[in-house]
Ligand binder design. Sequence first.
Ligand code: BV8
Length: 254
Amino acid sequence: MNIDEGTIEAIASVLAGAERITVLTGAGLSAESGVPTFRDAQTGLWAKYDPAELATPEALARNPETVTRWYDWRRQLIARCEPNPAHAALAALQRWAEGNRVRVDLVTQNVDGLLQRAGATGVVELHGNIHRWRCAATGRDVPDPPLPFAEYPPRTPEGTLLRPGVVWFGEALPAEALAAASEAASSCDVFLSIGTSAMVYPAAGLLHVAADNGARTVEINAERTPATPLVDIAVTSRAGEVLPRIVDRLSRAV
Ligand code: BV8
């Protein structure tokens, strides 16, 4: 859906008036890089699995081989993907902000690390990172896991199970990341929700925190979500099409 210049202008104007901007991103930000979104119908080998069924500690306990194969398969797929114009636009927004005494906090639910590869800094990873693996027994990060694994489930040299460094359903988010995201949501003038179905908590609650603290809220997503009726400006479009236009307009305005 082609978004009219008036909407681009309106969002750029809201951003131009902000002192602090917080951006929450989801799988839709990486979709145009070729990374399947979390709720896309799983393809090929994984078609018969429900991601929500695999992204749990119970799934690891029940079937460590399937779960670790799935994550290593996703990790290898992501490693072959490149950041797309939406990631680049958010990194550009941070650079614009530095030059205009504005603060931009990028909070992501994604585990792919593509924002960082696009040059974004200080990215708050609410759900961890698929490139990091840790000991399932102790929770300790294993710095250089032997990737790709020779066997599944992979094990540490001590023989304990290795698991991906992501947050599963029923697991607490990293306290530091959640505190940073909550502070960024409660202190911003503008909150952007980009490429997320706004269904998974506590991440989806951040928009409510921002709105309750008086922030202007904007959603950019390919389809309507539970957040759509709540935001000040809702754009139903691809992030890779709209974000570069917004950041370009902003850069020309200020
Ligand atoms: C916790 C990491 C407590 C692993 C993920 C009932 C009510 C409220 C909450 C709950 C409840 N029952 C249970 C809960 C809690 C649960 C939850 O929220 N469940 C939901 C389903 C109801 N949350 C948790 O369990 C969290 N932990 O609460 O712990 C606790 C506290 C203390 C001590 C112990 C426990 C943990 C949640 C994290 C789970 N891990 N992922 C992995 O990736 O494998 S979540 C998973 O969903 C994804 O990783 C992603 O991070 C998250 C959100 O998904 P999205 O990013 O939004 O992706 P999705 O596919 O859904 O949507 C993409 C959107 O993009 C779509 O709308 C699409 O239209 C759009 N799009 C597509 N292309 C584009 C686009 N938009 C723009 N441009 C495009 N090109």
